[in-house]
Write a protein that binds this ligand. Structure first.
Ligand code: VGL
Ligand code: ZN
Length: 181
């Protein structure tokens, strides 16, 4: 059984957002079309309390972003969400960041691997933002958890050019697909 994992398709990561990724909005129609090919779709939200450790206003490197219950933390308004059956909120601990959707940066599991296994999932197709952070760490953890992992390139966008990230993920055992046709 296969699942689509949509990572952090939130307003703050889109152009105009607090941590806007150039051209991040271009992947939304791609991801909407992809959803027709999946029976199980899960999504993640970066979900930080005010004053989160990752914020430059505290000890971190990022502008304040994806603050819980704000517009910036909502899914992109044009993202199709009616087929999403499970949402993982990550980065909620004020003192720990979480790039991976499977576990936080201190190693505490989110429950996503267990949820997917309960659903009978063995293959995960990953898309979303940002290729070089949350997608990257999620792919590594999905592989470690024993899933077959596909990354759909045209459904991802990086903060920086991410060609080397796709190479790294391929070496780690993921299958990099330009598109899914
Ligand atoms: C992300 C930086 C900070 C991401 C989240 O979703 O890739 N990047 N928080
Ligand atoms: Zn974040």
């Amino acid at each position: 059984m296969k699942a689509l994992l949509i990572v952090d398709l939130q307003n703050d990561f889109l152009p105009g957002g607090a941590l806007g990724i150039p051209n991040g909005d271009q992947i939304i129609p791609v991801i909407n079309a992809l959803q027709d090919k999946f029976d199980l779709i899960v999504a993640t939200k970066d979900w930080h309390p005010p004053g989160h450790i990752s914020f430059a206003s505290r000890d971190g490197i990022w502008p304040d972003h994806c603050v819980q219950n704000t517009f910036g933390a909502e899914f992109a308004p044009t993202l199709k969400t009616d087929k999403i059956s499970h949402i993982v909120h990550k980065g909620s601990d004020p003192d720990v960041d979480s790039y991976s959707t499977f576990a936080d940066n201190a190693g505490k599991e989110s429950g996503l691997a267990a949820y997917l296994k309960e659903q009978g999932v063995d293959e995960i197709y990953i898309v979303g933002l940002a290729t070089d952070y949350c997608v990257r760490f999620s792919v590594h953890d999905a592989l470690k958890a024993g899933f077959k992992v596909m990354v759909i390139k045209e459904g991802c966008m990086g903060i920086e050019d991410s060609e080397h990230v796709f190479e790294e993920l391929k070496r780690a055992g993921a299958i990099i697909l330009p598109t899914l046709s």
